[in-house]
Design a binder for this molecule. Structure first.
Ligand code: NDP
Length: 284
């Protein structure tokens, strides 16, 4: 006897504006197909004033969950039932998961970074220097600290934003954290094991841009990571590799944050290679 067919797919998607250039739908649906899942990912253009209705709609339609991208990562919180611990500390949600009747706010940006990092280096006990203090940096700082980093040094142009992030990490996690002002041609502090660019420097089309660091001082750093997914090979990573550092690109973080979300929605831990190949083709 064959199992009865069902015509009711698992629904997931993304709420953002602008949404048209977000390639996540292609990456996630490639993984759904690869794993034979009857699931869809619907990329939705949602204006700020429509966010509440969109979340109520997803709830009414029984969506398994959805991503929230700019500008909704903080605003979505008021429409959710509970926050996962790291999302609560970060203060932002990029992934919502239905758990029974509840909508749970998660932040998979930082978890995606840490899962990507673990393919190359262990965050536990590591001394990390993080450039930037925006949304990506907050997620990376908190999740790396929760993964056992010994210290997270925050370097940012805007001092109040940088200090606030260092304070958040030291107060809410077990890691040591301090803010260091960004002086011109910044030299990497002695003992830095992992350096992370979490600024937008180097993002397409400004592909020649690189953060203001003394590139030769990278030579003593074990691993240099970049959050920029497009292009994956940023100038920072090229310069770091030329000085003997291990490098980790932002495509890995993007793929892994999607993989974590898919695991939360469907219970399937997807094949990263399928997801990465889809994005690599899109980014050319
Ligand atoms: P935000 O606008 O929240 O923060 C931007 C940060 O970059 C700020 O700290 C800002 O410093 C700093 N900054 C911008 N330009 C420069 C520069 N030329 N030199 C030094 N610092 C600079 O952005 P997000 O944190 O949301 O995003 C940052 C980047 O991360 C984006 O390029 C985004 O594409 C990428 N990203 C990648 C993800 C992935 O999965 N790979 C996920 C999320 C984001 P200041 O405070 O001084 O203005």
């Amino acid at each position: 006897m064959t199992a009865p067919r069902t015509f009711l797919s698992t629904l997931t998607g993304s709420f953002a504006t602008p949404a048209a250039e977000n390639p996540t739908v292609a990456m996630v649906e490639a993984a759904y197909r690869h794993h034979g899942l009857d699931a869809r990912y619907i990329n939705c253009e949602i204006a700020p004033g429509a966010l509440g209705d969109a979340v109520r709609g997803a709830r009414a339609m029984g969506w398994a969950g959805f991503n929230c991208s700019l500008p909704h990562k903080t605003a979505v919180i008021e429409y959710l039932d509970v926050l996962a611990p790291s999302a609560e500390i970060i203060g932002a949600v990029n992934c919502v998961v239905r758990d029974g009747g509840r909508l749970v706010g998660e932040n998979t940006d930082g978890r995606g970074f840490v899962e990507s990092l673990r393919t190359a280096a262990d965050p536990a006990g590591a001394r990390i220097v993080l450039f930037g203090a925006g949304g990506a940096a907050r997620a990376i700082a908190v999740e790396s600290a929760l993964a056992g980093a010994a210290s997270v040094t925050v370097v940012n142009r805007d001092q109040s934003r940088g200090r606030a992030l260092a304070d958040l990490v030291s107060i809410r996690t077990g890691a040591r954290s301090e803010f260091v002002p960004w002086t011109p041609r910044f030299r990497m502090p002695a003992g830095t094991e992992i350096a992370v660019n979490a600024t937008s420097a180097g993002l397409f089309p400004a592909v020649g841009d690189v953060i203001d660091v003394d590139l030769d001082s990278l030579a003593s750093v074990h691993l240099v990571a970049d959050v920029i997914p497009n292009p994956p090979r940023t100038r920072l990573l090229t310069e770091a590799a030329a000085r003997g550092c291990l490098t980790l690109d932002g495509l890995g973080m993007l793929v892994n944050q999607g993989a974590v979300a898919m695991r939360l929605w469907t219970g399937v831990d997807p094949d990263r290679d399928v997801m990465r190949a889809t994005l690599a083709e899109i980014f050319g």
